[in-house]
Design a protein. Structure first.
Length: 198
């Protein structure tokens, strides 16, 4: 909620591009985006992940291994681009996100799976009037975290209670098998959350 709707300021009728659409964060962002009236595009690395995202409500699923997500995003938006991009990749995706973004677009960086450094032509940031912001929970104050919880309680929990959105669970492991859970995550074959039972 925080990254998409507060940092990214996604509004109904806008387009949200989610990198890693089949991840736990991605699958929840798909459902939230659709619940609040956005068009949702995701990038994934396999056809079964694309199918899972489309089943959750994504409007378009782009296989980044076979397709150029910039061109596909432009095609899906009539040439405009995405209004909000949720990115956990970083690296060479940074400049490509600038290309895929609509004028006045917002890019929210939540991780750097592709690396925290990039060579970027920042003129694109200025010409398109883009906002590139980042967010992580760990260094936030308890007051900030409490405000986020309150916003989720007010805005998201009704959808969860009604069953209109729900976490997508990939697999569950007992705590003693935490290494197996990590191995599953490292294969990148999971769709949704990997859970440890305590």
């Amino acid at each position: 909620w925080h990254n998409v709707f507060e940092r990214g300021a996604l509004k109904a009728g806008e387009t949200l591009l989610i990198h890693g659409g089949s991840s736990g964060i991605g699958t929840m962002a798909i459902q939230l985006g659709k619940a609040f009236g956005a068009k949702v595009i995701v990038t994934v690395g396999a056809s079964d992940k694309a199918e899972a995202c489309l089943k959750l409500g994504a409007d378009h699923a782009i296989n980044y291994k076979t397709d150029d997500f910039v061109a596909a995003t432009k095609a899906a938006t009539g040439g405009k681009g995405a209004d909000v991009i949720l990115d956990m990749v970083g690296g060479d995706y940074v400049e490509r996100n600038y290309d895929a973004a609509a004028p006045d677009g917002r890019i929210v960086q939540i991780a750097f799976l592709g690396g925290p450094k990039a060579t970027v032509n920042f003129t694109k940031l200025m010409v398109k009037r883009l906002i590139h912001t980042g967010s992580t929970l760990r260094p936030r104050s308890n007051a900030d975290k409490a405000a986020m919880v309150a916003a989720i309680e007010q805005k998201v929990m009704p959808f969860l209670r009604e069953g209109r959105i729900k976490p997508l669970m990939d697999s569950t492991f007992p705590l003693a098998d935490a290494a197996k859970a990590h191995a599953r995550m490292e294969t990148s074959q999971h769709i949704g959350k990997i859970v440890l039972e305590i």
